[in-house]
Every structure is written in structure tokens, then in C-alpha cells.
Design a protein around this ligand. Structure first.
Ligand code: FES
Length: 237
């Protein structure tokens, strides 16, 4: 079987950032919606997960060569912090205002039988005595992704790759507008339904209503990577 390095078409000395970039390129090539196959897609995901679990810097490359699967992992999964985004070109001109984001956990919909299309969804949420982690508002600073803004407000939203290559961080935009760079895996049909990736996109309207944690929507979950800080936090609840 091909090693994870071969599957991702990278050198065994590749840095974390190179692994990340290779994964984003390969997973797009391999996705069935983009001309690949389900098998190839799974291979690419498995290779990336193997390298993430192992931590590319501490790995003995020979250990992984010739075997795309890794043995027991310790369950760790969090992405590295090497994906620090694009702050380098940010001018330090703090703007006093950001976008007001009203958020709702998709789990609350599932628990109560609400639908994303309910016109009074957020009104019901406001009256439902939900916890602050499930429903509330925050102000998203102008230069942050929605996920970063949520985290700066002590919210723990799901994510995995933080690079456009999965659906873990997906949100449904119910009201307002959110930017969406092109370099991501989300098929057009999901964009048309208002689904965006919170790790890449940012509010571009003054106010937004979003449902986060929509990664379990049928069809979105096959783009998911395991697991995330959020999932682990829930397990520990
Ligand atoms: S966390 Fe993977 S696309 Fe956002």
C-alpha cells in the first residue's frame, strides 16, 4: 500500500505547512464531485489523518513508508497552529466595529425538531433558555474568520483542518452575508444552500444569523474529518 507521503505526493521531509497544502490539493483532486473516486478520497483522508496523528516532525518516515495506515493513535487530532492564516499583510488599523453575529447550535434544532428553514428559528432560540454555548451573539472583528471570532468569544465551535478541506467547521448562514474564498472543498450545491466554512469565511454584512455545527447534515458529513476540539469537549461534558 502507498505510504501517506506517496498518497499526498509529498516528500517524507515535508513540513506541516507542506502537508497541509498537499492535502488540500489532493483532497480536491480525489473527491468524487471533482473527478476522483470514493476510494481515492478515503485514501487521501487516511493519509492526512495518519500524518496529523503522528505529528509530521516527530515521525520516523521509514515507519510510514509502504503503509498508509498508522497503528494505534492516542486519539489526538487537533490541527497544528502552523496555519496561522494571513495576518502578515494585515495593517494594524483596528476598526471599532465588527459584524454582529447571532449564533445557534444545530444540535438545538435536532433536539427540538426545528428546521433550518423555520422563519422564526432565531426567535424560538431566543425564548428557549439555551446555554450561551448554544445560542447568543458576539461581535466579529473585521479581519477575523468567523471561527476565529467565535473562539475569541470563548466559544468552542467544531473544526478540523482549518484550511478549507473538510466540512467540520461548516455553518448555515440564515441571514446576512459571509465571504467564501475559492480554495475549498464545498460543492456548489452546499454554497447554494447557504453553507459556508467558518474557518475561511468572514462576515461581510453588518449582522448575521448563523447555525453552527451543521457538519452532520446528510451529505455534508462525508466531507468531515475526525475529530475536533469541540467534539472532545462534548464528550467530556
Ligand atoms: S475546519 Fe476544515 S474546512 Fe474549516
Amino acid at each position: 500500500m502507498d505510504s501517506p507521503f506517496e498518497v499526498l505526493d509529498i516528500d517524507s521531509e515535508a513540513s506541516d505547512a507542506e502537508v497541509e497544502r498537499a492535502y488540500r490539493r489532493r483532497v480536491l483532486e480525489a473527491h468524487p464531485d471533482h473527478g476522483g473516486s470514493a476510494r481515492e478520497f478515503q485514501q487521501v483522508r487516511a493519509a492526512y489523518e495518519t500524518l496529523q496523528r503522528k505529528g509530521i516532525e516527530g515521525v520516523d518516515a521509514a515507519e510510514l513508508d509502504g503503509d498508509g495506515e498508522s497503528p494505534d493513535a492516542d486519539g489526538s487530532d487537533s490541527p497544528d497552529e502552523a496555519d496561522s492564516g494571513t495576518e502578515s499583510d494585515a495593517e494594524a488599523d483596528p476598526e471599532p466595529e465588527g459584524a454582529r453575529v447571532e449564533y445557534l447550535d444545530y444540535q438545538a434544532l435536532a433536539d427540538r425538531g426545528w428546521e433550518l428553514t423555520d422563519e422564526d428559528l432565531f426567535e424560538k432560540a431566543a425564548e428557549a433558555d439555551l446555554s450561551p454555548s448554544a445560542y447568543g451573539t458576539f461581535v466579529a472583528p473585521p479581519h477575523d474568520s468567523l471561527l476565529e471570532a467565535a473562539e475569541e468569544n470563548d466559544l468552542t465551535w467544531p473544526y478540523a483542518c482549518r484550511g478549507g478541506a473538510c466540512s467540520n467547521c461548516a455553518v448555515a448562514v440564515v441571514e446576512g452575508e459571509m465571504s467564501m474564498p475559492n480554495d475549498h472543498i464545498l460543492p456548489e450545491k452546499w454554497l447554494d444552500r447557504g453553507i459556508r466554512l467558518s474557518c475561511l469565511g468572514a462576515p461581510i454584512s453588518d449582522g448575521m444569523k448563523v447555525v453552527f455545527n451543521v457538519k452532520h447534515l446528510p451529505g455534508l458529513d462525508d466531507l468531515r474529518l475526525p475529530p475536533s476540539t469541540f467534539d472532545k469537549a462534548r464528550l467530556n461534558d
